[in-house]
Design a binder for this molecule. Structure first.
Ligand code: KG4
Ligand code: ZN
Length: 351
């Protein structure tokens, strides 16, 4: 695609965890097709994702999903201007399935390969949902594997302000849900039943709330919930699970809202974006909207479908990489750990 072609067609491929997803996106913003094949049922009985099962399921689902994305978009392989794929972070075996397929497409069609950072793509789901949105902004990336707060002064440029020192937010939701017998994935269930619970029923700890940093810690909260429920059961007390869920969620969200609001204020931005699976959380959206409104700061979050893992966000970021000439070599490796902005970051003293 010439650097000036705003209509480039990108095939996106996402296989980093338990979603096999493909998409065709035109010009970085127009989603012509989006296929998401979830493996959640496959992993549900294990209470979490089993990496080897995930890789095998991706292998079975991917080629039909690519064919379906092309068919739904009404385009053929020769129409593609590039192929974008998640390179990391994620489960290494799962990543390799998508990356290998993308390399084959790139080589066979002689079109650019765009190896995408999954965390950055979650942020870019916002630019898909809101075409007029532009940096500077503060991004809060919350998913099953990450909790991260970053200042984004310009496109594809990040300064990580803080992150979790132990469990990711989604991981904490899933573990607490599993302990309460609510199934997997736990985030959506806790979110739903919390509406019927009292967030002030139990005063769970708000870790690192006032430590002055932008870091988060959730493993203590998870243990506090488990200990509280065990002790209550020993005493023969029955505390409604809705109250436990709502109180846990309030403890998580209180710290998040406080740190995000402070980060926006201190960096002087007028926009905040939520990204990642946990960005679907209704309580977080509501509480943050309220807090930011008071500061004159606008909150953005992607549609529910684009919050979760999907290939449209991968294709969208791939299109921008292509425009920037950020094309990946065919021997690029998958990376289980891949920091945000590892190829395009500012030195921390520069902002
Ligand atoms: O971004 P994502 O789809 O996958 C990763 O890259 O990790 O995030 C999945 C995580 C799961 O832990 C799930 O429980 C959580 O997002 N999640 C939620 C909600 N919907 C999904 N957590 C809280 N509230 C929700 N509504
Ligand atoms: Zn994700």
């Amino acid at each position: 695609m010439p650097a000036t072609d705003k209509n480039g067609l990108i095939l996106g491929i996402e296989t980093s965890c338990d979603e096999t997803s493909t998409a065709v996106v035109r010009g970085g913003g127009e989603v012509l097709s989006l296929i998401i094949s979830s493996q959640a049922d496959l992993h549900a009985s294990y209470g979490g994702v089993v990496p080897e099962l995930a890789s095998r399921a991706h292998l079975e689902a991917l080629l039909p999903a690519i064919a379906e994305a092309l068919r739904e978009a009404g385009v053929g392989y020769p129409d593609l201007d590039g192929v974008a794929v998640t390179r990391g972070p994620g489960l290494i075996g799962a990543l390799l399935v998508g990356l290998t397929a993308a390399k084959a497409v790139s080589f066979a069609l002689a079109i650019p390969l765009l190896a995408v950072n999954h965390l950055e793509a979650h942020i870019y789901a916002n630019f898909l949902s809101f075409p007029g949105l532009e940096p500077p902004l503060v991004a809060f990336v919350v998913s099953g594997g990450h909790t991260l707060l970053a200042h984004m002064p310009a496109h594809r440029t990040y300064r990580v302000l803080g992150e979790t020192v132990d469990d990711a937010a989604g991981e904490a939701y899933d573990k607490v849900a599993r302990f309460l017998g609510l199934g997997y994935p736990g985030g959506p269930v806790i979110d739903r039943i919390s509406c019927q619970g009292d967030p002030r029923a139990v005063a769970f700890p708000r870790a690192m709330m006032h430590d002055g940093s932008y870091n988060f810690s959730l493993s203590g909260l998870k243990t506090a919930v488990i200990n509280f429920v065990r002790k209550a059961r020993e005493r023969g007390e029955e505390i409604p699970v809705e109250d436990i869920a709502a109180s846990f969620q309030a403890a998580v969200v209180d710290v998040q809202v406080s740190k995000i609001t402070r980060a926006a204020r201190e960096t002087g931005v007028s926009r905040v974006v939520l990204a990642g699976g946990v960005a679907a959380n209704r309580y977080l959206r509501e509480r943050l909207e309220e807090a930011l409104q008071g500061e004159g700061i606008e909150l953005y979050y992607p549609t529910l479908e684009l919050c979760a893992d999907n290939a449209a966000m991968i294709a969208s970021l791939g299109w921008r990489m292509l425009r920037d000439g950020d094309i990946s070599p065919l021997d690029v490796d998958a990376a289980a750990i891949l920091p945000l902005g590892s190829t395009n970051s500012l030195p921390s003293s520069a902002v």
